[in-house]
Design a protein. Structure first.
Length: 149
């Protein structure tokens, strides 16, 4: 079991998680946050994506139990290229921690990433983005309504 940093735990504590929820993590890295979310959402489901092949390989290796349970799925894909599979159920909440396309470092990629994430969320679904000091829902001025309509 991986011990999470106090900062990562604090960020995850900000998410309004509940049993049965479907959660999308953008930029999952080695999957530590995704595994913790799986633990917190009972019979819910997490889709964790990352553009890095290496990150997904590390996450897959560390998450064998969660993947085998069917409660965690990993995909190698950039946020701006994310598409749900035909018939795939949309997600209740998405979050991104230190993802350049969403935290303002790459604004052009962010526009497309936000559109793709919005399409993957249920109406009213929320996107939480790490701003370096806090995790908060994206606001309309950032190109994505706080609640997806």
């Amino acid at each position: 079991m991986t011990t999470l940093s106090p900062r990562l735990l604090a960020l995850l504590d900000c998410l309004p998680l509940h049993d049965g929820m479907r959660v999308l993590e953008i930029g999952c890295g080695p999957g530590a946050a995704a595994r913790e979310i799986v633990r917190r959402i009972g019979n819910g489901h997490v889709l964790a994506v990352d553009r890095s092949e290496k990150a997904i390989a590390l996450a897959r290796k560390a998450s064998a139990v969660e993947i085998a349970s069917g409660r965690l799925e990993l995909r190698q894909v950039a946020a701006e290229e994310l598409e749900l599979a035909p018939g795939e159920t949309r997600y209740d909440l998405a979050f991104a921690i230190r993802v350049g396309a969403l935290d303002g470092r790459y604004p052009e990629a962010g526009v497309l990433a936000r559109r793709r994430i919005a399409a993957a969320l249920v109406p009213g679904g929320l996107l939480y983005v790490d701003r370096g000091t806090e995790l908060r829902a994206a606001t309309p001025g950032e190109g994505l309504p706080e609640r997806m309509q």
